[in-house]
Write a protein that binds this ligand. Structure first.
Ligand code: HEM
Length: 273
């Protein structure tokens, strides 16, 4: 078994053990005629506060509070434990009141968005390993401008060298927009290599109509089309991570607000023992 698989299995087992201990603790409180709902509520609130603090930890990376990867691991397993405590707090049923219903939906949304984010953040580095020139998100527009400039220069030099305009016409009709702009919105939801394949196929078709002096320029355009397509792909994957993080944090704030309100009301209307 690989070390990281062993570590993951050990952490999961530990999380399951913690959940079992919590379940027995709540059962014991119940048998002692204590307020099980309050105990699980306080615990759940504490866990959610801890999970929400991750946002502050990420904003202050220089504080000596442990490494980013340990925090992430802790966040994930505490998140999963919180999911189980949430189930116990609700006795595995959806609540009746509107505030409680809203709170339950808010918790589930935050929890599920966490799981989705985990999948996206694990897939992204593997996917980006397959592209050429890895670029940080903030540098994408600059890189796009540079590729567009390079492609235009290739075509202008080819016209000057060959005196032929076949490649330049093709560039104007098929490639200018591709280089000049980011991909349309649909590509964000379903990135695919269709456009790249179509452009490369059209360029291969074009090759036979080009003069020998234009062919080296076409070869350079082949490489630039691949780099631009890789850049578009990196941009949408990184944007997806940013949109996801924004959503996960926004859901966290809503959850914290509703949970605090619910807790205050529960304590205010707590009857005598
Ligand atoms: C249910 C309560 C949860 C709350 C309140 C919560 C809250 C947060 C917060 C505030 C951040 C920091 C975001 C940032 O500043 O960039 C975060 C990040 C994250 N959360 Fe959660 N989370 C919860 C559950 C989960 C679960 C169940 C998982 C996965 C199983 C999860 C996975 C992640 C991941 C992968 C990150 C990004 C870490 C990174 O990019 O470094 N979360 N969460």
């Amino acid at each position: 078994m690989k070390p990281f698989v062993r570590r993951r299995a050990r952490s999961l087992l530990l999380a399951v053990a913690v959940v079992v201990v919590i379940a027995y603790w709540l059962r014991w409180i119940d048998l002692e005629l204590g307020r099980k709902q309050f105990a699980s509520g306080y615990l759940l609130y504490g866990l959610v506060v801890f999970l929400a603090l991750f946002n502050i930890r990420k904003k202050l990376p220089t504080l000596p509070l442990g490494g980013a990867s340990s925090w992430l691991q802790l966040h994930i397993y505490v998140g999963l434990i919180a999911g189980a405590v949430f189930g116990m707090h609700l006795a595995w049923r959806m609540p009746n009141g509107w505030l409680e219903g809203l709170l339950a939906v808010s918790f589930l949304t935050t929890f599920l968005s966490g799981v989705v984010g985990l999948v996206i953040s694990r897939q992204t580095p593997r996917m980006l390993n397959c592209v050429t020139d890895q670029v940080i998100y903030e540098r994408v527009p600059e890189m796009r401008r540079s590729l567009a400039r390079q492609s235009r220069t290739v075509v202008i030099q080819s016209v000057a060298a060959s005196g032929a305009t076949t490649l330049a016409n093709f560039y104007g009709h098929q490639l200018f927009d591709f280089f000049a702009r980011p991909r349309p919105m649909g590509y964000f939801f379903r990135p695919s290599s269709e456009r790249r394949k179509k452009l490369l196929a059209d360029m291969r078709q074009l090759e036979r109509y080009l003069s020998p002096a234009e062919k080296p320029a076409l070869e350079r355009l082949f490489a630039l089309v691949r780099r631009k397509d890789d850049l578009d792909f990196q941009e949408v994957r990184q944007r997806l991570l940013k949109v996801w993080a924004f959503g996960h944090i926004a859901f966290t704030y809503v959850l914290m607000t509703l949970a605090t309100l619910h807790g205050v009301l529960a304590i205010a209307f707590r009857g005598d023992e």
